[in-house]
Design a protein around this ligand. Structure first.
Ligand code: FAD
Length: 489
């Protein structure tokens, strides 16, 4: 792949037998994986595209153990790749290329330490699986809004380290907006205790924001205090066949006031993305008979319980859709009347990443631009890519309310990964040049990892890169914390 041509050089000392003994003494027998078979899932990225190697996989059970492991690695110059659920899409959690440092997996640190329903906050360890946290909040009649397709396996430490987005950003913001406090183990093993449950705290630099979105290059997040919201009590999901992406923006802009500011999600999907999911994800069903090129998944939700005789979300949404049909923006629509129908709609939307893996070789660009310019970007970008490879098959979709498009393509029928890779450089450059010329970002929510290392250097100014390098060198002068990710030093 063209953008991975100059592989990063990973400076690390080898993990010797003595070192493994020292690690075992800290984390115990069950905290150390040494055999190749056991290490395999930890050194392979979710997409199966990058396979690296590690001297050991270390699974500490507490902050103290993380601190002691990091201190040991710091003393011996051993590189550390922090890892949560290993669902990241940019290769940030993979020790790659061949690597002799350690993977430090947070999976055993999976305790919910405190739920404070009155204070709308929850204190958790970094290895808690996102879905478990959503369920815990719900048991306390509270809501943790972070929601994404990988929620059954991604972990909160990984979510914060990638500043994950997902399908509720429109209303609640990215992962970093959901955090009150953090605990972090620094690259020298020192623990920074910033685990404060404070909404207001203007005491100098807000350090927690340094570590969120840093993809494990500045330290290891071990605990977090998360904000909670009132649990939604009245939710209505609808599946709309729409005129075009411009209509999607008009619908969203009117939906805010028509729903009384209760729009939870607004997801744009192309017909080709839906067809791909229906082909590969068992049990999914097309919610509408209509076959048009563009669709919208719209969800309105309110924390106010529905009362008999009053108008709830479904009546309001029904009336809104009737108006939009009349205006010609919506061509057909289905409202979910059962939980099963709503789940099916969400399964289609959230099944896209899984379906694309099953479909075979492809390219995907996670970009953002001012919301009003999304239709223009789709038109120009699709043309630019088809000019390079006319038989490539676009399946754009995205969190349209956030100006975030997953500008994705299935490879031409029958084309293998290696052949497609020959076009990747030219296509990547065309897409990124266009999004940059439109004032957008080359990475909206998935981060940089190793995939976009060269692109970050190319598209960000020297001033920005210098600031990032200064921060990295100040916190990690030895470059042991996820080296070769995000920044070339
Ligand atoms: P990992 O993949 O394990 O790690 C990701 C990065 O964070 C790596 O650089 C790693 O070194 C670092 N890291 C992990 N844990 C820590 C820690 N405790 N301290 C410091 N660094 C750490 N992303 C979105 O933003 N929105 C989506 O809608 C979305 N949908 C997805 C759907 C599917 C099906 C899949 C497979 C992925 C999707 N993703 C999405 C990407 C991915 O799920 C997110 O990036 C997620 O936040 C990663 O969490 P993780 O625990 O798997 O992290």
């Amino acid at each position: 792949a063209a953008f991975l041509s100059s592989d990063p050089i990973i400076p690390t000392a080898p993990v010797t037998a003595e070192m493994r003994d020292a690690l075992r003494a800290i984390v115990g027998e069950k905290g150390l994986i040494e055999d190749e078979h056991g290490k395999q899932p930890f050194v392979t990225d979710w997409r199966g595209l990058l396979v690296g190697g590690a001297g050991a996989v270390v699974r500490p059970g507490s902050t103290e153990e993380v601190s002691r492991v990091v201190r040991l690695c710091h003393e011996h110059g051993i590189a550390i790749v922090p890892q949560g659920g290993n669902t990241g899409l940019m290769g940030g959690a993979t020790p790659w290329p061949a690597h002799t440092g350690i993977v430090l997996s947070l999976g055993r640190m999976n305790r919910v330490l405190d739920v404070d329903p009155v204070g709308y906050a929850m204190t958790v360890e970094a290895g808690c699986v996102l879905q478990t946290l959503q369920e815990t909040a719900s048991q306390h009649d509270r809501f943790l809004p972070l929601s994404l397709g990988a929620q059954g396996s991604c972990m909160i430490g990984g979510n914060l380290s990638t500043n994950a987005g997902g399908v509720q950003v429109l209303r609640y913001g990215n992962a970093r907006n959901l955090v009150l406090g953090l605990e972090v183990v620094l690259p020298n093993g020192e623990v920074w205790d910033g685990l404060r449950a404070l909404k207001k705290d203007n005491t100098g630099y807000d350090l927690k924001h340094l570590f969120m979105g840093a993809e494990g290059t500045l330290g290891i997040i071990t605990k977090a205090v998360l904000k909670l919201w009132p649990a939604p009590k009245d939710v209505c999901t609808a599946w709309l066949a729409i005129r075009d992406p411009r209509a999607a923006l008009e619908i969203l802009s009117e939906a805010h006031s028509a729903s009384e500011d209760n729009v939870g999600s607004c997801e744009l999907m192309s017909r080709s993305a839906i067809d791909m999911v229906l082909r590969h994800i068992p049990g999914t069903q097309d919610p509408l008979k209509a076959e048009t090129p563009w669709y919208l998944l719209l969800e309105w939700s309110s924390a106010r319980p529905r009362r008999d005789g009053t108008e709830g979300m479904s009546e309001k949404l029904e009336q809104f859709l009737a108006d939009q049909l009349e205006a010609g923006r919506v061509l057909d629509a289905a409202i979910a009347h059962t939980v099963g129908q709503s789940r099916n709609m969400w399964r289609i939307r959230e099944g896209v990443a899984e379906a694309s893996r099953a479909e075979g070789p492809g390219l995907s660009y996670d970009v953002s631009v001012a919301i009003s310019r999304i239709p223009e970007f789709i038109d120009k970008g699709t043309k630019a890519v088809l000019d390079i490879l006319p038989s490539i098959r676009p399946y754009p979709l995205g969190h349209i309310g956030d100006g975030n498009l997953h500008f994705s393509f299935m490879g031409p029928v029958g084309m293998d990964q290696q052949t497609l890779a020959q076009y990747k450089g030219a296509i990547t450059r065309a897409v990124n040049d266009l999004i940059t010329s439109m004032g957008g970002s080359i990475s909206a929510e998935h981060g940089i990892g190793v995939e976009k290392l060269d692109e970050l250097s190319h598209y960000r100014s020297k001033t920005e890169l210098d600031i990032m390098r200064t921060i990295k060198r100040a916190l990690d002068p030895q470059n042991i914390m996820n080296p070769g990710k995000v920044l070339r030093l």
